[in-house]
Design a protein around this ligand. Structure first.
Ligand code: NAP
Ligand code: 8YV
Length: 327
């Protein structure tokens, strides 16, 4: 492999230890608190050719780094990186698809089970000594049995969730912008039509301007009073105020959320709701899977600088090739 020690790569903010270790073995690493050009010296700004991102990288940051060729994002969702701008100015953006798909799908099913069957509260019942003191844990109001589940975003993770739901004996339907070839699940061309058809909705769509607050009051009303909503994609896709209202007044029965609009800040109103199950964005967070994500992030940087191509480019920058950076 080519000697890449003269290539400067910025790591803004806290990073996965495996990313840091492998990047330090291979590149010249520059660390900064965040991807803010004012935290870098003019000399550093002129030399940085790659960014390993864990925190937002905006258009201004890209424009302030004239030699920047690639932003390698940690995570399959890259909503914090301005990929459309990168595509325009000839900067490659990569993400970490596939290596986390099954882990996130496992988590989605775990969250669905906890939400439908109150398993988080049941576990606390034992720890608090209430089983012995107060007797059996109350029967759960809801069940997965007989549920129709709608998936918002039948992509890589959505399909892995659907396979698990099939094994659970549940009916599956979905909404994406396009029909997915090779699957038998019922397709609905709009989210509201999907929500009307099902009583359980799992959102695993990306955070984009188009999906902003897509899960709104009308969608939750369509889900109905037996409705369960599971949020695994991005918090931005949910109107959180509408969700809080729907959980408070019985418009839907329960919700399980792994992602939030303003992480790690979770609205107190959600924390106070007994019919909300809240996870701290743990979809991919096993040591195994986060290690695989770190490896893919670094592999993208190494491949770009040694073989002139990215391993997993995002669609907005798939056309970018080395040497086409616009100043
Ligand atoms: P993917 O394969 O690209 O799937 C995304 C799906 O969303 C596709 O089916 C896509 O279909 C659909 N979609 C995109 N825009 C849409 C729109 N405007 N309206 C309706 N459907 C839309 O991505 P993935 O690997 O499954 O990951 C999905 C997302 O999960 C990520 O972007 C990330 O935000 C989230 N995620 C969360 C965690 C976690 O820890 N909670 C972990 C990993 C990923 P069409 O293009 O046909 O519309
Ligand atoms: C990570 C995720 O938690 O891949 C994604 O899009 O949301 C998760 O796997 C996140 O990217 C790490 O910051």
């Amino acid at each position: 492999m080519a000697d890449l020690k003269s290539v400067a790569v910025l790591i803004p903010g806290p990073a996965h230890p495996r990313t840091v270790e492998r990047l330090e073995q291979t590149f010249e690493v520059i660390r900064a608190e965040r991807a803010d050009p004012s935290l870098l010296s003019p000399e550093q700004r002129d030399r940085i050719r790659g960014v390993a991102s864990f925190t937002p990288v905006n258009a201004a940051c890209m424009d302030a780094l004239p030699q920047l060729e690639i932003v390698a994002n940690f995570g399959v969702g890259y909503d914090f990186v301005d990929a459309p701008h990168a595509g325009k100015v000839g900067v490659m953006v990569t993400n970490t698809p596939d290596v986390l798909t099954e882990e996130v799908a496992d988590t989605a099913l775990g969250l669905l089970l906890c939400t439908a069957r109150d398993f988080c509260k049941a576990e606390q019942w034992v720890r608090q000594g209430r089983w012995e003191k107060d007797g059996p844990f109350p029967l759960s109001r809801s069940t997965l049995r007989g549920r129709k589940v709608g998936i918002f975003g039948l992509g890589r993770i959505g399909q892995a969730v659907a396979r698990r739901l099939e094994a659970f004996g549940l009916e599956v339907a979905y909404h994406s912008r396009r029909k997915v070839e090779g699957v038998d699940y019922a397709y609905f061309p709009s989210l509201i039509e999907l929500a009307t058809h099902v009583d359980t909705l799992i959102s695993i769509a990306p955070g984009t301007p188009e999906t902003e607050k897509a899960v709104n009051r009308q969608v939750l009303e369509a889900l109905g009073p037996q409705g369960i909503f599971i949020s695994m994609g991005r918090g931005s896709t949910v109107d959180e105020d509408a969700l809080i209202a729907a959980l408070s007044d019985g418009t839907i029965m329960a919700a399980g959320l792994d992602v939030f609009r303003d992480e790690p800040r979770v609205p107190q109103a959600l924390i106070d709701l007994p019919n909300a199950t809240l996870f701290p964005h743990v979809g991919s967070s096993s040591q195994h899977t986060r290690g695989a994500m770190a490896d893919l992030q670094v592999d993208n940087l190494i491949s770009w600088f040694s073989a002139n191509k990215a391993v997993t480019p995002v669609p907005e920058t798939a056309h970018v090739v080395p040497g086409t950076r616009k100043g």
